[in-house]
Design a protein around this ligand. Structure first.
Ligand SMILES: Cc1cc2nc3c(=O)[nH]c(=O)nc-3n(C[C@H](O)[C@H](O)[C@H](O)COP(=O)(O)O)c2cc1C
Length: 195
C-alpha cells in the first residue's frame, strides 16, 4: 500500500461492493482498427453541455488508443449480455468476434445489440491514481432495445450482489447468495428484477 492513508483494502472493497453500476463496453477506432474494453466506471457528468466520463486503467492495452482516438462510444449492455462483458474483458481473444457493429460519427464501433449507446468526442482527460479519467462530449446517442440493462458491483457481476454477512441489512429485492469468500453468485441473478 503506497497511499499516505493506511487503508484496509478488504474493507474498502466491501464498501465499494455495495455500489451498483451498469456495465458498458467502451469502444473506439484508431488507425483503422477497433478497440474495446468492458468498463463499469462510466458516469454521466453534465447535461449542458452533455458530457460523460469513464476511467481506464493505466496498464490497459486500450489506454493509448483511447487517448489517440477522435472519440469513443459507450455501449450500455443488457442484463442478458454477461458473455459480451466477459469477451471485452478477456486478454486472449479478438474481442469483436461475433459482435455486430456499425460505425459511429467518430468511427467508433457501436454494438448494434447493446441496449443503448452514446458516442462522444474526447474533450479532456486527467490522471486519477492508477486510472486515466476520460471526459467526452456526447455527439449522438440512442436507446436500441427495451431489454433490461445490466447491473454489477465489485461483489459480483450481473445480479443483486450485496452479500452482507457481517451486518443485518433490509432488502426488498432478491439478493444473490453469498459465497464463503464474500463474493456472490452471478448466474443465480443473471437478469435481476425489473427496474
Ligand atoms: C464488469 C467489469 C468492469 C470493468 N470496468 C473497467 C473499467 O471501468 N476500467 C478499466 O480500465 N477496466 C475495467 N475492466 C477491466 C477491462 O475490461 C479489461 O479486462 C482490462 O482492461 C484488461 O484488458 P486490456 O489490457 O486489453 O485493457 C472491467 C472488467 C469487468 C469484467
Amino acid at each position: 500500500m503506497t497511499s499516505e492513508v493506511e487503508l484496509d483494502e478488504r474493507k474498502l472493497r466491501q464498501v465499494l461492493g455495495r455500489f451498483v453500476t451498469g456495465v458498458t463496453v467502451v469502444t473506439a477506432r484508431v488507425a483503422g482498427s477497433f478497440l474495446g474494453l468492458t468498463a463499469n466506471s462510466f458516469t454521466s457528468v453534465s447535461l449542458e453541455p452533455p458530457q460523460v466520463l469513464f476511467c481506464v486503467h493505466s496498464s490497459s492495452r486500450a489506454r493509448d488508443g483511447l487517448q489517440r482516438a477522435a472519440g469513443f462510444a459507450v455501449n450500455i449492455l443488457g442484463a442478458d449480455q454477461e458473455q459480451i462483458s466477459r469477451q471485452f474483458a478477456a486478454t486472449d481473444s479478438d474481442r469483436f468476434t461475433g459482435v455486430d457493429v456499425r460505425p459511429g460519427r467518430t468511427g467508433a464501433p457501436i454494438l448494434t445489440d447493446a441496449v443503448a449507446f452514446l458516442e462522444c468526442r474526447r474533450v479532456a482527460e486527467m490522471t486519477g491514481g492508477d486510472h486515466l479519467i476520460v471526459l467526452g462530449e456526447v455527439l449522438e446517442f440512442g436507446v436500441l432495445s427495451d431489454r433490461a440493462p445490466s447491473r454489477s458491483s465489485m461483489a459480483g457481476m450481473f445480479g443483486w450482489a450485496i452479500p452482507c454477512p457481517e451486518q443485518s441489512v433490509a432488502h426488498d429485492r432478491p439478493v444473490a447468495p453469498a459465497l464463503a469468500d464474500g463474493s456472490a453468485t452471478s448466474r443465480a441473478c443473471a437478469t435481476g428484477p425489473p427496474l
